[in-house]
Structure formats: C-alpha cells, structure tokens
Design a protein around this ligand. Structure first.
Ligand code: ADP
Ligand code: MG
Length: 230
C-alpha cells in the first residue's frame, strides 16, 4: 500500500491516524478531569494541592496533544488573501489581557502600506500567538513585547521582539526541534509548530537574540504576484 501512495496521501494518512488517536486519548482525559472536579467538590480542602497539580498536568498533556496534532497533520492548508494586520488586531485583545496580568506592555509598529498576503488565518493566528506567548513568558513585569510588520521588495516581514533575557548561543539551533523546552510546564512544540506553519506559507523564520537584551523572531513571507509577470 505504502508504495502506491504519493507523499501527500501518506502525509494525510499519518495526519488522519494522529487525529483519531488524539481523539481517543482526549475522551478518557476529559472524563478523568470531570470526575476529579466532582471529587474535589465532594471533599474540598486537604487534597487541594494535589488536585491543582493533577489538573495542571492534565492540561499540559492536552496542550501537547493539540500541538502534536497540528504538527502531525501537516495538512495542505487553504489560503486566501488576507491582511496580516486584521489577524493581529483580532488577537490584540487577548494579548493585551495576557500582558496586563503580567504587568507587561505591548507595542505595535505596523507598516500602513503592508500588502495583503496569501495565508491561512487559523495558522497565522497560531504563529503569532505562539511567538508572542514565548516572548511574554520570557520577560519579567517590565517587559515590552513589540509586534512589527514591514515590507521590502517582494517580502512581507513580521517580527516579534521582546526585552527578555535572550537565548544562550548553544541553545539557538535547538529551538525549533520538537520537544525542546526549558520550561517546567512547556511542551517544546510551540516553535516546531511555528516552523511548520511558516514553511507551509513558503516563508522563513529566523531568530536574533542577545543575552541580557532580548530576542527577535523574524518571519519573512514571499509575496505571490504571478499577475505581474504575464
Ligand atoms: P515551550 O514554550 O513549550 O517551551 P517552544 O517551542 O515554544 O516551547 O519554545 C522552546 C524554547 O525556546 C523555550 O522553552 C525557551 O527556552 C526558548 N524560547 C522561545 N522563545 C523565547 C524567547 N522569546 N525568549 C527566550 N527564550 C525563548
Ligand atoms: Mg512556547
């Protein structure tokens, strides 16, 4: 069977398997979560500490499953012409709220003349959220997160900058590997997912980090303008 399938079909077979396995795992996890909540309501108090840990770990397992699913599906996504800024504006309330809780601030430096891009909105949201969350998680309460856009030639550039501690040089080439994390509750799948999203959009992602100063993740998308050439 394997040899009869093209690359695309094989990928989607893996994707379909991943989808059904994760579905089957999620169901019992949801039941466990529900009964835990019930147990706590019936006998609150002494076990609260354990309860919190178990819930956190369940949620962590869930987010690993979500990220893994998006990664394994590596689907051929549908893209449409969108303005990147519309996607950013859709996310800003969420980001502001998150930054507020942490005492951090957000700056937007958006290029007014940014051309539209051929993109998948759901994936683009995930990309922006993952990079922004990492930035916020890296910073203390005086941190500033900057989202910047620019265009240059046939490229649309998107940058997420933070004023966090930076990334040690010897870790830079591991960042995009699945499961690489330095956080106790991290999944290490966020940047792997970012990379696969960017690749599906024919773009590149690079990181520029200075220890003690901060980090910038830069994404460059190529504009598709076949009309101009005919
Ligand atoms: P996770 O956030 O679950 O750890 P990611 O793939 O999103 O997984 O990130 C991998 C690792 O890269 C993080 O654990 C962290 O060590 C490092 N990292 C990512 N973004 C930043 C950043 N803006 N500043 C410092 N370190 C970062
Ligand atoms: Mg992350």
């Amino acid at each position: 069977l394997r040899s009869e399938l093209g690359n695309v079909e094989r990928l989607s077979l893996v994707g379909q398997m991943a989808a059904s396995i994760t579905h089957e795992i999620r169901n019992p996890m949801a039941v466990v979560r529900g009964f835990l909540q019930l147990m706590r309501e019936k006998s609150p108090g002494s076990l609260d500490h354990y309860y919190r840990i178990v819930m956190e770990e369940l949620d962590r397992a869930n987010s690993i499953i979500s990220d893994f699913l998006s990664l394994a599906q590596n689907r051929i996504v549908e893209k449409e012409e969108h303005h990147l800024h519309d996607i950013i504006y859709e996310l800003t309330p969420l980001l502001w709220a998150d930054a507020n809780l942490r005492g951090q601030s957000i700056e937007l430096k958006l290029d007014e003349d940014l051309p539209k891009l051929n993109l998948n909105p759901k994936e683009m949201k995930q990309l922006i959220l993952n990079l922004s969350r990492n930035a916020m998680e890296a910073m203390d309460d005086k941190g500033v997160l900057t989202l910047k856009t620019a265009s240059s030639g046939e490229q649309v550039l998107f940058e997420v900058h933070d004023t966090g501690p930076g990334i040690p040089k010897n870790k830079l080439d591991k960042l995009f590997e699945p499961f690489f994390t330095t956080k106790s509750t991290g999944t290490g799948l966020g940047l792997a997912l970012c990379l696969s999203i960017v690749e599906r959009h024919n773009g590149t992602i690079t990181v520029d980090s200075e220890e003690g100063k901060g980090t910038a993740f830069r994404v460059a998308f190529r504009m598709e303008r076949p009309m101009l050439r005919s």
